[in-house]
Ligand binder design. Structure first.
Ligand code: SF4
Ligand code: FE
Length: 510
């Protein structure tokens, strides 16, 4: 990695943009090696979205910064280890605001959630095995906080045959694994799929993606790697309508400034030095890491309520430009969209308010409510998108191009025939409909819809977790008691009912 980057803290969005230059990343897009991702017109909007996380820290430090207990300095909240329920709640407020400001995925939450989950998991591995991962991890945290870096969390393996464990796969590389051990560290190979913001990060933390057994020991590896390390290849994911970012004008793209980013990351014997290894063979802690990471990350999806605010605003503006804003069905649809959007936010922020301390001292949100939040996100964004398209009308999908509007003859006709309210320029009407298209069918539908479905685990993953924690025997006992039926099955209640009571009935710490 560029030495200058290591020595100088990245504080502002300009610092951040500078830090991305002259890295030796091996990035492919459209079958071509990309020289400077920051100068690529399709990649740049995703970089702008991350840059906005630095802007918010400057403009609104209460929301987007915190004081680090490790460096005693003010740092970006994305690099902070939550010291209290307040810190966990503030993560959600920052995420909603950034969703509002960018209308897309701003990519930094994966790293924040990886740092927080690993903080407590490394502590617990050390407690069991007398290892030194936690101390090494704290040194890593202090380094990235001093540097002001963007951290990517690389969890999702490509997985091959889903019915087989990692060690049973025909090709061992279908899950990232250790290929060689030396005195100085380990080498890893494999691939991580749809990695959010990976090119826009300075460091990547590689983690296992599922519960592992004894035979999967070589897959139980957690380590931090500079994103420009030798042996890494990035293959950029296409987004629907991505080439509109190459268009001359800024109208057809819908949101010219911001977009998300996902790429496949391939590791070919990439070295991780000992001091950056935070799990090495402790397969019995893989499940704990995945569960804690997804616990944080599933309520991080309140980001979509911020993006939803933009879409609701776009639908309201479209209705106004058409002259129908007073129609009762329009008001009702906007109300429904808001209800769904706030339900996403409510469950996420409730999960954060119900945070509790882990053995390490770091706070973690409530797992049940985090899963309920993410499960809402898999559905409600689609319904909000449907209502936005309903209000926007067919033009969302049939508008002519900006070039037609700019044409000396047909442009005049288009401006005449696509006029809505007389005081609203036709261009404004087109711009707002293009934004709805962008968020529900175009580049940012990747973040608003499909990422909402599959990011942080697909819907079934949340249902499994909700089913695990739903305390059905306890609920049955409540019903039996009130209906006067003798309950002969009380032994089942002792299992994890204490945790349940602690979770639901402890007084709030915020
Ligand atoms: Fe953050 Fe949301 Fe993007 Fe995940 S999808 S990184 S939670 S903005
Ligand atoms: Fe995600």
């Amino acid at each position: 990695m560029n030495k200058e980057i290591i020595n100088n803290a990245i504080e502002t969005s300009d610092d951040y943009l500078d830090s991305l230059r002259n890295r030796n990343l091996n990035v492919y897009y459209f079958g071509e090696l990309i020289d400077e991702p920051i100068d690529h017109p399709i990649i740049r909007p995703s970089i702008n979205a991350v840059a906005k996380t630095y802007d918010l820290a400057t403009e609104n430090p209460e929301i987007a910064t915190a004081i680090s207990p490790f460096t005693n300095k003010r740092i970006n909240r994305f690099l902070h280890i939550a010291q209290s329920p307040y810190d966990v709640v503030m993560q959600n407020k920052m995420q909603r605001r950034l969703g509002q400001l960018t209308g897309t995925c701003f990519q930094r939450c994966v790293g924040m959630d990886a740092l927080n989950s690993l903080f407590s998991v490394t502590y617990e591995i050390d407690a069991k095995y007398s290892s030194t991962y936690h101390e090494k991890f704290k040194n890593f945290i202090a380094m990235v906080q001093n540097g002001g870096f963007v951290i990517g969390g690389a969890m999702t393996d490509v997985k091959g045959d889903r019915s087989l464990a990692p060690h049973q796969q025909d090709d061992p590389d279908l899950y990232v694994h250790i290929t060689k051990r030396t005195e100085a560290g380990v080498f890893i190979s494999g691939a991580k799929a749809h990695q959010t913001g990976c090119l826009n990060s300075h460091w990547m933390i590689v983690m296992p993606t599922i519960r592992l057994g004894e035979k999967d020991k070589e897959y139980a590896i957690v380590g931090a790697i500079p994103t420009d390390a030798e042996g890494i290849t990035y293959i950029y994911g296409r987004q629907s309508c991505d080439t509109r970012s190459l268009d001359e004008g800024d109208i057809d793209v819908g949101n010219a400034k911001y977009a998300g980013q996902e790429a496949m990351v391939i590791f070919d014997n990439v070295f991780i030095p000992n001091e950056k290894i935070f799990m090495n063979g402790e397969y019995d802690f893989a499940a704990m890491l995945v569960e804690r990471f997804t616990c944080y990350h599933r309520r991080s999806y309140v980001c979509k309520s911020g993006v939803g605010d933009v879409l609701i605003g776009a639908a309201a503006a479209a209705a106004e430009y058409n002259g129908v804003e007073k129609a009762s069905h329009i008001k009702d649809k906007l109300t429904e969209m808001t209800h769904l959007n706030e339900t996403i936010y409510a469950t996420g922020i409730a999960a954060s308010y119900q945070s509790h301390a882990t053995a390490s001292g770091a706070y973690i949100c409530d797992d049940m409510l985090a899963n309920v939040c993410k499960h809402h996100v898999t559905k409600f964004t689609y319904e909000i998108g449907r209502l936005a398209q309903d209000i926007g009308g067919g033009l969302v999908a049939t508008l002519p191009s900006q070039k037609d509007f700019d044409h000396p003859e047909i442009g005049i006709l288009l401006k005449k025939y696509l006029k809505g309210r007389k005081e609203i320029p036709t261009e404004n009407r087109v711009r707002i409909l293009r934004l709805i298209e962008n968020m529900t069918l175009g580049r940012n539908a990747v973040g608003y819809l499909t990422e909402s479905m599959h990011g942080a685990g697909s819907p079934q993953a949340q249902r499994i977790q909700i089913a695990r924690e739903m305390q059905i025997d306890f609920k049955k006992a409540l019903a039996l008691e009130l209906s006067g039926i003798k309950n002969t099955n009380t032994d089942k209640l002792t299992d994890d009912i204490t945790d349940y009571f602690a979770r639901v009935f402890s007084p709030p710490e915020v």
